[in-house]
Design a protein around this ligand. Structure first.
Ligand code: GLN
Length: 494
C-alpha cells in the first residue's frame, strides 16, 4: 500500500507505532508527484522556487529538496507530516504569488499565522504550493498565470476553483492534506468537484493574517482532507485567536475530534427549498436526495426550511466581493515587490504599465466592477444596498437556526464542467456559485463531503452548514454520514 494514499490520522498511527518514518512518507509523496503531477498540474512550486527557472521542472526539484528535520518540531502532534498550501498563504522566504504575474518572485518576509501554527504543531512546510485562480478570482482554476489544473477524475474537466490545485493534489494523493481559502466557495466547490472533504470555517475561527486578501469580510482559510477525521485534526492545528487578526474570535478551540461520535439521532437538519430549484442538475439532485435519506435513516430529523433571500446572494456577493477586492488590490503597484512594467514616463505611467501588463483579465474585470460600485454617485445604489441585503441574508440564517441544528444542500448545481466551457462567459461562471456564497455572506461554517458519483464517474459533494462557531455540529453530521458510506474511499485512476 502506498503511504501517500493514506489519511493523516492513519499515517500518524503508523508513525506512533514506529512502523514508518516521515522520510518514508516523503519518498512516497515525491514519487507520486513525479508520476501524476505532469497530468494533473496541481502544483505551481514544490520548493519555494518557480517552475520555469534554470532548474527545470518543479516536480523533479522536490526530490532534491532534502527533508529538513529542523523545519518542524516533530514533538508536535503532527509529527512532521507535510502539508500543501494554496499559493495565497504567506511562507517566509518561499515564493507566494497568488498565481499572479504581479506578485512574481514575491518572497514574504513572514509566515501566515496558520503556517506558524502548523509548524508549532509539528507540520512540515516545504513550499509545496498549489495552483489557484489569480487572487482567488474564479470557480475553475483557469484564471491562473501558470495555466489550469486538471480534475483527477477526468483530466478534460476543471478541478473547480479557486483552490483547484489544493483539491486536485489531495484527490490525486499528491498531498496528504492541504489548505485553501474560501471567499465564496473556493474550498467547498473544488472539494465537491474532486471528491474530497473541504471545510470553510466560521468567519473569525481561523486567522487571516498572512492570507493575501481578496475580500476581507468574506475570506477564511480552511482544510482539504481525505476524510472528516482529518478535517477535524487539521482544524485543531490552525484554529484559534490571533492578535494580528482583529476579526478572529478570542474563544477556546473545542476538541473537534471528540465530536466524531457517529451518533446523529435526533439531530435537526433543515433542507432549504431555494437550493433545489431551477438550474440544479437532475443527477446532482438525485444524489443529494439519496444523501438526505441516508441521514434520515441514521436518525436525523429532516424538515424543509426556507432561506428566502437566497436569490439575491449572487448579485450581493459580486458587489461586496469586488468592492473589497478593488480596494485590497490597490496596493500592487510594482514599487516594493513583484512585477514592474517597463519604465514609465512618470510614476502614474509606471503604475499603469505594471498593473496593465501583470493583472489577468478576470482581476481587471473585478477591479473595474469594484471601483465602479464604490464610486461617487453609485455607492448608495450598489454597495450600500448590497450591504443591506447582506444583512437580510444573514438574518435568514439566524432565523432558520432557531428551528434546526444544521442545513444540507448541494455544493454546486452541476458536477465538474469541461475546461474552457465557461471561462469566456463570466456571468455563467458567477451564477454557478449560487449554493456556496451565502455561507460567506452570513459568516457561517460549511463543509463539502463526497456523497456520490454521476454516471460519468464525476464526484458530487454534499454541503452541511451550521450556526456560527458550530463546526462541531458539522463534523458530527458529516462524520456519521461518511462512516455509513464509502464514497470517500474511492480514488481517481490516473
Ligand atoms: N468563485 C467565487 C469567485 O470567483 C469564489 C472564489 C473564492 O471563494 N475565492 O469570487
Amino acid at each position: 500500500m502506498e503511504l501517500c494514499t493514506l489519511t493523516a490520522h492513519e499515517l500518524l498511527e503508523k508513525i506512533n507505532k514506529k512502523e514508518i518514518s516521515f522520510a518514508d512518507i516523503l519518498r512516497s509523496l515525491q514519487d507520486r508527484i513525479k508520476q501524476v503531477d505532469p497530468k494533473v498540474k496541481a502544483y505551481v512550486r514544490v520548493d519555494g522556487r518557480n517552475e520555469n527557472n534554470e532548474n527545470g521542472s518543479c516536480r523533479d526539484r522536490f526530490e532534491t529538496c532534502p527533508y529538513k528535520g529542523e523545519q518542524t518540531s516533530q514533538s508536535g502532534f503532527l509529527k512532521g507530516l507535510p502539508i500543501s498550501l494554496k499559493d495565497n498563504i504567506c511562507t517566509e522566504g518561499l515564493n507566494t504569488e497568488c498565481c499572479s504575474r504581479i506578485l512574481a518572485g514575491f518572497k514574504p518576509p513572514y509566515d501566515a499565522t496558520v503556517v506558524k501554527k502548523l509548524k508549532e504543531a509539528g507540520g512540515a512546510i516545504f513550499g509545496l504550493k498549489t495552483n489557484m485562480d489569480e487572487f482567488a478570482f474564479g470557480s475553475s482554476c483557469e484564471n491562473s498565470a501558470f495555466g489550469p489544473t486538471c480534475n483527477p477524475w477526468d483530466i478534460e474537466r476543471v478541478p473547480g476553483g479557486s483552490s483547484g490545485g489544493s483539491a486536485a493534489a489531495v484527490a490525486a494523493d499528491e498531498a496528504i492534506w492541504a489548505l485553501g481559502s474560501d471567499t465564496g466557495g473556493s474550498i467547498r466547490q473544488p472539494a465537491s468537484f474532486c471528491g474530497v472533504v473541504g471545510l470553510k470555517p466560521t468567519y473569525g475561527r481561523v486567522s487571516r493574517f498572512g492570507l493575501i486578501a481578496f475580500a476581507s469580510s468574506l475570506d477564511q482559510i480552511g482544510p482539504f482532507t481525505k476524510d472528516v477525521a482529518d478535517s477535524a485534526l487539521l482544524m485543531k492545528a490552525i484554529a484559534g485567536h490571533d492578535p494580528s487578526d482583529s476579526t478572529s474570535l478570542d474563544a477556546p478551540v473545542p476538541d473537534y475530534t471528540a465530536s466524531l461520535t457517529g451518533d446523529i439521532k435526533g439531530l435537526k437538519i433543515g433542507v432549504p427549498k431555494e437550493y433545489f430549484s431551477q438550474g440544479l442538475d437532475a443527477e446532482v439532485k438525485a444524489i443529494i436526495d439519496a444523501a438526505a435519506d441516508k441521514l434520515r435513516n441514521l436518525g436525523a430529523i429532516l424538515t424543509e426550511v426556507s432561506l428566502p433571500h437566497t436569490e439575491y446572494a449572487v448579485p450581493v456577493y459580486y458587489i461586496v466581493a469586488t468592492a473589497e477586492a478593488s480596494s485590497n488590490l490597490a496596493r500592487f503597484d510594482g514599487v516594493q515587490y513583484g512585477f514592474r512594467g517597463l519604465e514609465g514616463r512618470n510614476l502614474i505611467d509606471m503604475y499603469m504599465r505594471t498593473r496593465g501588463e501583470a493583472f489577468g483579465q478576470e482581476a481587471k474585470r473585478r477591479i473595474l466592477l469594484g471601483t465602479f460600485v464604490l464610486s461617487h454617485g453609485y455607492y448608495d445604489a450598489y454597495y450600500l444596498r448590497a450591504q443591506k441585503v447582506r444583512t437580510l441574508i444573514k438574518k435568514d440564517f439566524d432565523d432558520v437556526f432557531k428551528q434546526v441544528d444544521c442545513l444540507i444542500t448541494p455544493v454546486s448545481p452541476t458536477p465538474a464542467f469541461k475546461l474552457g466551457e465557461r471561462v469566456e462567459d463570466p456571468l455563467k461562471m458567477y451564477l454557478s456559485d449560487i449554493c456556496t456564497i451565502s455561507a460567506n455572506l452570513a459568516g457561517v461554517p460549511a463543509i463539502s463531503l463526497p456523497c456520490g458519483f454521476t454516471k460519468d464517474g464525476l464526484p458530487v459533494g454534499l454541503q452541511i452548514m451550521a450556526r456560527p462557531f458550530a463546526e462541531e455540529t458539522i463534523f458530527r453530521a458529516a462524520h456519521a454520514y461518511e462512516q455509513s458510506t464509502d464514497w470517500h474511499k474511492r480514488r481517481a485512476k490516473l
